[in-house]
Design a protein around this ligand. Structure first.
Ligand SMILES: [Zn+2]
Length: 282
């Protein structure tokens, strides 16, 4: 991935006007069509307003309309900066950090992040090739001590295509009738499925999958290609992130946090800087 540095960011997005200019150029790459004039006309920035006016008839165009920035009183540059921070770090950034760095209130920072996270939901085309599936438990940590066992923790199921994308979902339980529909809808029937020997994964061959399993007690080891190391790798990334950055996440928001990590994972090999990928989704 091309590195997109903070120096580059500050050069490209000097102020609110530059951010608005980017938005306008992105949304109207061939110029702005003026509905009043009926064709593409020259537009100019209206001073002190977040809009452009048609040179011929004065009709106003608001690039922020329909984006996550609409109706927000937060300066556009701050929004862009928050998106930059969120996509530039490997393991996530908290609202607290944004608050410290920019001086916005915690509530504002939190709301911005919540909005930005809505952009990080990816379409979930079924995975194919070699796919590892595993379930895990997240959160439920008491202050100062890490609870053992599954009590109070959220259950999460994930599937990762080796060298490819990950799809992760918070689930109410890890019973077969919950996990099988997840696999059936997220993993292509032609895929080679790798799981451990957890009984909920039984009978997947009946659905047409080639299914290879690694015994629970040997999970740390691989028998040739039979392992679940890729999904385990994602779990540790997720848990380190949620533990270190967000401390504890309520179940209500867990899915959106998970989407954030999934997005970052899925775009880890992109040529385009992740910041621009997110920006283009606003
Ligand atoms: Zn016009």
């Amino acid at each position: 991935m091309r590195r997109y540095t903070i120096t580059q960011f500050n050069k490209d997005f000097t102020d609110d006007n530059a951010c608005l200019g980017w938005l306008k150029a992105y949304l109207h790459p061939d110029g702005i069509y003026c509905p009043t004039c009926g064709y593409i006309t020259k537009h100019h920035k209206v001073t002190k307003r977040s809009c452009y006016a048609c040179d011929s008839c004065g009709n106003h165009v608001y690039p922020m309309a329909g984006t996550i920035f609409e109706h927000s009183a937060t300066p556009l540059k701050l929004w862009f900066y928050a998106i930059y921070l969120m996509s530039a770090t490997r393991c996530g950034i908290s609202a607290k950090q944004i608050q410290r760095e920019t001086g916005v209130t915690y509530k504002t920072a939190w709301r911005m992040f919540k909005q930005i996270r809505t952009l990080l939901q990816e379409d979930t085309q079924p995975l194919t090739g070699e796919v590892e599936v595993d379930e895990t438990y997240v959160g439920g940590m008491r202050k100062g001590k890490r609870g053992r066992g599954a009590e109070g923790k959220s259950k999460v199921i994930g599937a990762v295509q080796r060298e490819g994308r990950v799809i992760v979902q918070v689930v109410p339980d890890v019973k077969r009738h919950t996990l099988v529909p997840f696999m059936a809808s997220k993993v292509d029937r032609d895929a080679v499925l790798y799981t451990d020997t957890f009984p909920s994964y039984d009978h997947m061959t009946r659905l047409g999958y080639t299914h290879l399993r690694i015994a629970h007690q040997d999970k740390k080891w691989a028998r040739g290609r039979i392992h679940t190391n890729s999904i385990e790798g994602f779990w540790s990334l997720l848990k380190r992130g949620i533990g270190g950055v967000y401390h504890s996440v309520s179940e209500k928001y867990l899915q959106s946090y998970i989407n954030e990590y999934g997005f970052r994972y899925n775009h880890r090999k992109d040529e385009k800087p992740m910041f621009l990928t997110v920006l283009e989704k606003v």
